[in-house]
Design a protein around this ligand. Structure first.
Ligand code: MF3
Ligand code: CO
Length: 285
């Protein structure tokens, strides 16, 4: 049987072949999965995504300053909406595929995509992921952090810390002219070593000119090489790590909220990155 090669990289008719084109085509001709040429951002586009990321970081810094026990997740949503719009930007989640709020707020056993609600009150000991995505002058950025409300258990504290390490280790595993499969491999190794599991149903993603672009970024070991990492690609890494088993379900009541099957806690950290000649650079610092 002949192996099917996806020929993503096309040099537009009439445009001259660059050194980059030659290099990528070399990989493609050897059967590697390469990105579409359109996924490579120009320096101007990268600067646009970086400016979007600066507002996104401002939102997360504000939430970090204000978040406390007794606050509702709807209060967080209001902080996000007000800050974002005051800076001339748009919260990307708002009305995205019907999502009703400006931010995702995911507490304890909620893995991701929790919907802010005025009746949901933060309690001492909760761990919460606040996932913020911003559109500014047409450019998208996406990042999330965990927050611990007051004092929590050593178990939950360790989950939050190890999940952050998973993001950092995933970032370090991504090398220009290396392959995306290394990211998930490194993340899963670290999660397992700590007795945790990795959610498979949700992934990181290309981002920048749209909320979700190619490639899909798996956070577990797929045993595949994955896509070639070419300087100028922009994507998120956003591992969801479970204290217990990896299995999750979607709450039927709202069609969004992703929850762990065993109801044990889950954590997530996320950044938007650009591939440079030396590694990944964070655009959501
Ligand atoms: N911010 C999420 C991500 O990291 C996407 C959430 S979609 C939404 O990809 F509609 F729930 F906001
Ligand atoms: Co994302």
């Amino acid at each position: 049987m002949s192996k099917r090669v996806t020929r993503n990289w096309h040099v537009p008719r009439g445009s001259e072949m660059t050194e980059l084109d030659k290099k990528v085509l070399g990989f493609q001709n050897r059967g590697c999965l390469v990105p579409k040429r359109e996924l490579i951002k120009t320096p101007e586009q990268i600067e646009g995504i970086r400016r979007s990321g600066e507002i996104n970081t401002g939102v997360l810094d504000l939430v970090e300053k204000e978040i406390r026990a007794g606050m509702s997740t709807a209060d967080i949503d209001k902080l996000v909406y007000d800050y974002t719009t005051a800076h001339g930007a748009i919260p990307a989640p708002l009305n995205y595929e019907g999502f009703p709020k400006s931010v995702c707020t995911s507490i304890n056993e909620v893995v991701c995509h929790g919907i802010p609600n005025e009746n949901e009150i933060l309690c001492e000991g909760d761990i919460i992921n606040v996932d913020v995505s911003t559109i500014y002058e047409g450019y998208f950025s996406d990042a999330s952090r965990m927050f611990i409300i007051g004092q929590t258990s050593p178990e939950k504290e360790r989950l939050v810390r190890v999940t952050k390490e998973c993001l950092e280790i995933g970032m370090q595993a991504a090398k220009p002219w290396g392959f995306l499969g290394e990211v998930g491999k490194a993340i899963e190794r670290h999660a397992r070593k700590n007795g945790y599991s990795v959610v498979r149903e949700l992934c990181g993603h290309g981002v920048g000119l749209a909320f979700h672009e190619d490639p899909e970024v798996d956070h577990y070991n797929t045993h595949k090489q994955g896509m070639l990492l070419v300087p100028g690609m922009v994507f998120t890494i956003e591992p969801m790590i479970n204290m217990g088993e990896r299995y999750v379900f979607i709450d039927e009541a709202d069609g969004w909220t992703v929850v762990t099957e065993d109801e044990l806690p889950s954590a997530q950290w996320e950044h938007t990155f650009v591939v440079t000649e030396s590694g990944l650079e964070i655009l959501t610092h």
